[in-house]
Design a protein around this ligand. Structure first.
Ligand code: NAD
Length: 293
């Protein structure tokens, strides 16, 4: 496992498991399997309604707490709740969180950042993250707060590499954590001929080539899966290196285009919260077209 040092000196594994749209029982099993295989980073969120399951998996894995890096996220409905960090700790069953994100730059995210900064100073969280923040929102945070965030978790993959945002983040050494690193399983992305060619060259799968590309781009990466074979494959990335020429070839598939347009979320966040709750807590599966595997 490779680690990256964040701008506050904290070390984070470059690769972890994501748990978006993975229901509690699947999340508990998958995270436990991942930890047993050697994963040391787990990403969850209040919105995913599986933080309790992630906490149970951590305990059941038998891996020491201090060896595991847990990231989770406050949803905008938490930003004005002064107990929000305590409540996240309780859901996870942990006494500190390694990296706590503000999930969206909507609602009162300035109040949310104040909560994070306070929890950081109290040692309840070891690093601060923002998610889906654009360059202007990052600059606003840098202007208003003394504590620089360590990570911005944003959509990032070979079709959309966040060039503009990175120009604002790199001077402060704020790291990208890529969501939809595999385009949420998009076959068009995964089956691009350049990945098939490189997969043959290194005797790897196309998905492994994409995940390795993230790591060599300096992005933290958290592919989501509840399929044990994918979970195993996604961790098996540390016995080969892409060359500069390979990386340049991959750049040619860049479409400068995202899958998701979250900027228009505005004050819909309460609705989105209840939508996810119905799907994930009450098994209203018919509300989603696609499920992670
Ligand atoms: P992803 O790009 O990681 O794709 C996951 C899908 O890819 C799986 O459902 C599966 O169908 C497929 N897949 C996984 N491994 C594979 C393999 N080896 N071969 C072939 N197919 C494979 O998308 P994601 O899970 O939505 O994103 C990753 C993580 O990022 C999430 O689980 C979550 O933790 C986080 N996330 C954060 C935000 C945010 O707003 N902050 C948004 C979305 C996701």
């Amino acid at each position: 496992m490779n680690y990256t040092e964040l701008n506050n000196g904290v070390k984070i594994p470059n690769l972890g498991i994501g748990t978006y749209l993975i229901k509690s029982d699947d999340a508990e099993r998958s995270v436990k399997q991942a930890l047993e295989m050697g994963y040391r980073l787990v990403d969850t969120a209040h919105l995913y309604f599986n933080e309790e399951a992630v906490g149970r998996a951590i305990k059941a894995s038998g891996v020491k707490r201090e060896e595991i890096f847990v990231s989770t996220k406050l949803w905008p409905c938490d930003y004005k709740n002064e107990n929000a960090v305590e409540e996240a700790l309780q859901r996870l069953g942990l006494d500190y969180i390694d990296l706590l994100f503000l999930h969206q730059p909507t609602g009162d995210y300035i109040a949310g950042y104040k909560l994070l900064e306070k929890a950081y100073k109290e040692g309840k969280i070891k690093s601060i993250g923002v998610s889906n923040f654009d360059g202007k929102q990052i600059e606003e945070i840098l202007e208003k707060f003394e504590t620089v965030p360590q990570v911005n978790q944003v959509e990032c993959h070979p079709y959309f590499t966040q060039e503009e945002l990175r120009k604002v983040m790199e001077p402060k050494n704020i790291k990208i954590m890529s969501w939809f690193p595999l385009g949420q399983g998009d076959a068009n992305l995964i089956n691009e001929s350049v990945f098939t060619e490189l997969a043959k060259k290194y005797n790897k799968s196309n998905a492994q080539i994409i995940l390795k590309w993230h790591i060599q781009m300096g992005f933290l990466v958290i592919p989501g899966s509840k399929n044990v074979d994918h979970i195993r494959d996604n961790f098996n990335l540390f016995d080969f290196e892409l060359t500069d020429e390979d990386m340049a070839k991959i750049e040619t598939v860049n479409k400068h285009k995202k899958y998701a347009e979250l900027g228009k979320m505005g004050n819909m966040y309460n609705l989105i919260y209840f939508y996810h709750k119905l799907i994930l807590k009450y098994n209203f599966n018919f509300l989603v077209k696609k499920y992670g595997t």
